[in-house]
Design a protein around this ligand. Structure first.
Ligand code: PSV
Ligand code: MN
Length: 388
């Protein structure tokens, strides 16, 4: 059995992955949203589900909220509820993609009244952050155009800069703005923040507490994402990850499911760049569980990140550096591949048990009867879902 050194175990012990509240709601595609028995009916139940993931894994100490989906009357109550269950409220995600008025843009809109409304929504999110104790405001914009010539892309970029400036100015001293990029969808010809370079240019103009958010599903097929990770860490601007995996588009599937090797390569660059267990770099999931049960879907996800982190920590960095210095192409590649192919699961299972956690959190959750319990308890009301 592979042995994980005390140094590696210390790193693994420090790992925390933020869960998205929306992963616990029903979701689907534009064709159909399927329901699951036991799906939460309000933000309090979503937090309870996230806390279950943490209970079985000790890997998920915080939950991200999406506003307005997770609006509640009292954020103090929500915060207390989370803390009672052993988790914190995390990143606040703004939402300017579901309002009729935002059809042609929000923070980039040419109509000043609509742009004002979108800025005000972000200011409201910052007020919520003060109540929830959240550090990060995450902005993803569904803005762009569908046809060449439809819009003045340059003017939109200027309006975006001004909007972001107004939002950034409202942040508290300990708070940050993270700007997420995505190259397509829902707009198909251009989006206003399509790539890391645009996000970087916009946040660099704002100041130190503005960073880039890298969602692993938001790149063209074949993109070398670990290069982007390296570069953003090098520039001190990698604020957070939205982890998920994709086969074709922005599939939002379980992280590490589609391409475990890519996840390994990304995490290796995080380690190489000093981003692991670095409070400046938040690890978050951004996933939807359209057909599988949601709590075990999230348990599987955080375990995948943990397993790939353990493998990436196994890379013999001295041997790698020596092979690289000698231009020994095959030896350098072999160092990386040796670590990637190492099965760390038995060692992790043993280590979990030594910490009072289930050796196999997936099996333990299935045996706990919790899924059946929530399915029979949560009857009546409206299940939370995409768009609510
Ligand atoms: C957009 O595709 C995105 O990745 C953003 O992070 C949104 O807030 C999130 O998905 C909603 O699921
Ligand atoms: Mn995302």
């Amino acid at each position: 059995m592979t042995v994980l050194s005390p140094d590696i175990l210390t790193e693994l012990e420090g790992q925390g992955i933020e869960l998205p509240s929306w992963a616990f709601g029903n979701s689907g595609t534009r064709f159909r949203v399927f329901t699951t028995p036991g799906t939460p009916r309000d933000p309090f139940e979503k937090i309870a589900d996230a806390a279950k993931v943490n209970e079985f894994t000790a890997l998920a100490p915080s939950v991200a909220l999406h506003i307005p989906w997770d609006k509640v009357d009292s954020y103090d109550d929500l915060r207390r509820h989370a803390e009672d269950l052993g988790v914190q409220l995390g990143t606040i995600n703004s939402n300017t993609f579901q309002d009729e008025e935002y059809k042609f843009g929000a923070l980039t809109h040419a109509d000043e009244a609509i742009r004002r409304k979108a800025i005000d929504h972000h200011l409201e999110c910052i007020d919520i952050m003060h109540a929830t104790g959240s550090r990060d405001l995450k902005i993803w914009l569904a803005e762009g155009s569908n046809y060449p010539g439809q819009n003045d892309m340059r003017a939109r970029q200027d309006r975006l800069a001004d909007s972001l400036q107004q939002i950034y100015a409202r942040l508290g001293d300990e708070q940050r703005l993270v700007l997420e990029y995505k190259f397509f969808e829902p707009a198909f010809y251009h989006t206003d923040v399509p790539d890391w370079g645009t996000s970087y240019a916009q946040v660099a103009a704002l100041g130190e507490r503005a960073m880039v958010c890298l969602d692993t599903g938001h790149h063209a097929p074949g993109t070398n994402i670990e290069f982007i990770v390296m570069q953003l860490l090098r520039l001190g601007k990698l604020g957070s990850f939205d982890f998920n995996s994709r086969f074709y588009a922005d599939d939002d599937l379980i992280v590490g499911a589609a391409d475990p090797f890519q996840l390994f390569r990304i995490i290796f660059e995080v380690i190489r760049g000093g981003g692991l267990n670095n409070p400046d770099v938040a690890f978050m999931l951004d996933q939807c569980h359209n057909i599988e049960d949601k709590i075990p879907g999230q348990i599987r996800s955080v375990l995948n990140v943990q397993e790939m982190t353990a493998r990436a920590l196994l890379v013999d960095r001295d041997a790698l550096a020596a092979a690289q210095a000698a231009n020994d192409v095959l030896a350098a590649n072999a160092v990386l591949m040796d670590a990637f192919y190492t099965d760390v699961r038995p060692a992790l299972a043993e280590w979990r048990e030594s910490r009072g956690l289930p050796a196999d959190p997936m099996a333990a959750y299935a045996a706990s009867g919790h899924q059946q319990r929530i399915a029979s308890d949560r009857v009546g009301g409206t299940q939370a879902g995409w768009g609510a």
